[in-house]
Design a protein around this ligand. Sequence first.
Ligand code: SF4
Ligand code: SF4
Length: 212
Amino acid sequence: MSSIMKSNPSHPNSQASNEISSEMHQISRLSVIDLGIRALQEAGSEHICKVCIANGGSCCNGCRHLVNGLGCQLRNTSCTAWLCGFLKYLLYETGQLQEWNYFWEQVPGQDYREDFTPEVFFVENSLPTYSFGELSEALAADLDELARAHIAIGFIIMLREKIDKNIDRLDTCRHDVKKQARIKRNIKVLSSPFRRFRLALREYQLNGPSSS
Ligand code: SF4
Ligand code: SF4
């Protein structure tokens, strides 16, 4: 993936580098969208989306820009920056959520399902590249299994919303250690059925992304 960030070879798990450039870069609205979409593709988001959509959880449901058989007709910075609970969880567990947020905070004009982002603007922080394919696959397999095991329709979608809320709450109590610990425990409990994901995450944390 073309990245506007240099990788950090001293960090074994840092395919997604944490080195932040201090220079301002000019960037276009379209290339920001492109970067975001490609970053999520490289994070393996399609594996998770496939299970989510099959269970009625598409985040594009009811959007007037969605055309049957053609997909989204209004690529915008807002929808690209937005992460659902599952994708947020993936970046949270791999330690990349903050970097993602820092990057998108620099992108002006984001709105609901559309944007007013200028065609060209400046950014300082760069968007990391990801190699989470195997983690996403593992999470998707866990979600698929969970969805089949629970007869209640929308079980994994409810789980997605709960995880989402808890991760967002972490941000609102940054300086409250006790609250943070409580929320992290909640996230752990909510994600306890993600057996394959946990194994893949341990492997990733020990050895970095697989070269395959
Ligand atoms: S809600 Fe998340 S997992 Fe579901 S389709 Fe949208 S981005 Fe994919
Ligand atoms: S504008 Fe956003 S919500 Fe609507 S179809 Fe496109 S990506 Fe989906």
